[in-house]
Design a protein around this ligand. Structure first.
Ligand code: AMP
Length: 469
């Protein structure tokens, strides 16, 4: 297995990695660090959870530290752009951790908070600036910053920046950065507009592809509960009373939807908080801190707010509503498979959402296991929707059969029948295949920090599932 010292990293950086408990580079780090250290442009297809932040942060830190040069006032030497405040904060925290032994300064700027302190930070100049595009342009427009000294430009989660409508901002920003620079672009997917960006912005880039969507998915036990929209909130509140949900992220499609879910949960005696774009930055930070410190077990989030949430030990992800963009499903469930850990994800699917489910199953190339709703939560005459039996069959080579094979067990031929609407066939609440049993299935890695970190993000399912679970 390669180790970090073989990648040409310097002593202070190796020391910081040891302090973080990283035993070995992840695949993207292994492939990206040497060419980036050598000054090449890079186009990386990788998603959050693969260790991509260190893949660009480590060589950037080393290259900046190698040149004894101070940033001039109101300039930065490396500029990292990310789509959301949370991701930007996370990236800046990573730069600070990995660069702890180096004389380099890092600042982060994003909207939603007063601009004054950010101006002050930039007044003296910084080595590394992490920013969201909108606030960066505000700072440039008010002459608090110029990009004329940028030597390295990173576009992180480029696909998401385009989705969020940052294309004009990006084009403006890139024009302000010197042509003579190193450019690194990361994206979870490579749709045509991203390929066009890469073509325009990168010069003869090295291409690195790791963990295609399906790979992260393989580390997560996934199930789907078929339930009408108007029963979802009750089902959620009932489920979340179960202490097996140690730390759970619930995803809704809209901000108002997130607030409604939180109100319902709180009304039902389940403590929960919401994180989404309508919340102020201090509110978001409080919600995240409470979740991290285990004061709040349940965090209800929208897709955009959830980007960059890197919280250890998320035991479950619940897709209260299915996303209409299938890649978002992969990002969502990846929150419970951080740094190589396994996790459990449950999707609530109403009749109207079936097309979304089909898209997700197509993208991930696996059929989600259909799980019956516990009878306590199935109201008579208003029970879960039945799924045609044939679609419960795991596809040939699908996730269920692959995982079962890897564990040396026979794959389930067919998921258990769903509760019928009127003549509910009662099942033992913890019978194999029931929802409570599913929730207890694997043992998602408990976050003993060192153990967790010595696992490698981005590994394949075959590696993950070869031991007893
Ligand atoms: P990222 O994909 O950059 O968001 O990283 C996902 C998680 O993996 C973060 O919690 C990192 O701290 C962790 N991580 C990054 N590189 C390694 C590594 N080589 N070994 C173990 N954990 C890592």
């Amino acid at each position: 297995m390669p180790n970090f010292s073989e990648l040409g990293l310097s002593g202070p950086i190796l020391g910081a990695l040891a302090a973080e408990g990283y035993a070995a580079p992840t695949p993207i780090q292994f492939q990206a660090i040497p060419p980036v250290l050598g000054g090449r442009d890079l186009c990386g297809i990788a998603q959050t959870g693969t260790g991509k932040t260190a893949a660009f942060a480590l060589p950037i830190l080393q290259r900046l530290a190698a040149v004894k040069q101070r940033a001039l006032p109101r300039t930065c030497r490396a500029l990292v752009l990310g789509p959301t405040r949370e991701l930007a904060s996370q990236i800046a925290a990573s730069f600070r951790a990995y660069g702890a032994g180096l004389p380099l300064s890092t600042a982060v700027v994003f909207g939603g908070v007063p601009i004054g302190p950010q101006r002050q930070k930039l007044a003296r100049g910084v080595d590394i600036l992490v920013a969201t595009p909108g606030r960066l342009l505000d700072l440039i427009d008010t002459r608090s910053l110029t990009l004329s000294s940028v030597q390295v430009l990173v576009l992180d989660e480029a696909d998401r920046m385009l989705d969020l409508g940052f294309i004009h901002a990006l084009n403006r920003i890139v024009k302000l950065v010197p042509r003579q620079r190193q450019t690194l672009l990361f994206s979870a997917t490579m749709p045509r507009p991203i390929a066009a960006l890469a073509e325009d912005y990168l010069d003869d880039p090295v291409k690195v592809v790791v963990a295609p969507s399906a790979t992260t998915v393989e580390r997560v036990e996934q199930g789907v509960v078929f339930v009408p929209s108007d029963r979802k909130r009750d089902l959620l509140a009932t489920l979340l009373r179960d202490p097996v949900f140690e730390r759970v992220l619930v995803f809704t499609r809209t901000k108002h939807g997130a607030d409604r879910v939180v109100r319902h949960l709180v009304g039902a005696g389940v403590e929960a908080s919401a994180i989404h774009g309508n919340k102020s930055q201090p509110q978001r930070e409080r919600a995240l801190a409470g979740f991290r410190d285990s004061q709040t077990r349940v965090l209800v989030a929208t897709d955009i707010a959830a980007r960059g949430i890197d919280v250890d030990g998320v035991s479950h992800v619940i897709n209260f509503e299915l996303p209409n963009v299938p890649e978002d499903y992969v990002h969502r469930i990846g929150r419970t498979a951080r740094a190589g850990a396994a996790g459990i994800a449950i999707a609530f699917c109403s009749d109207e959402e079936r097309p979304y489910l089909r898209d997700i199953e197509k993208l991930t190339r696996c059929s989600l296991r259909a799980i019956p709703v516990p009878s306590a939560t199935a109201a008579p005459g208003n029970g879960p929707i039945e799924r045609p039996a044939a679609s419960n069959l795991p596809r040939e080579g699908g996730l269920a059969s692959q995982q079962a094979r890897a564990r040396g067990r026979a794959a389930p031929v067919q998921s258990p029948p769903l509760l019928a609407r009127a003549n509910v066939r009662r099942r033992e609440p913890h019978a194999a295949g029931s929802l409570p049993a599913f929730l207890r299935r694997p043992s998602p890695a408990k976050p003993s920090s060192a153990g967790r970190r010595s696992e490698q993000p981005g590994r394949s399912a075959a590696t993950r599932f070869d031991g007893p679970r």
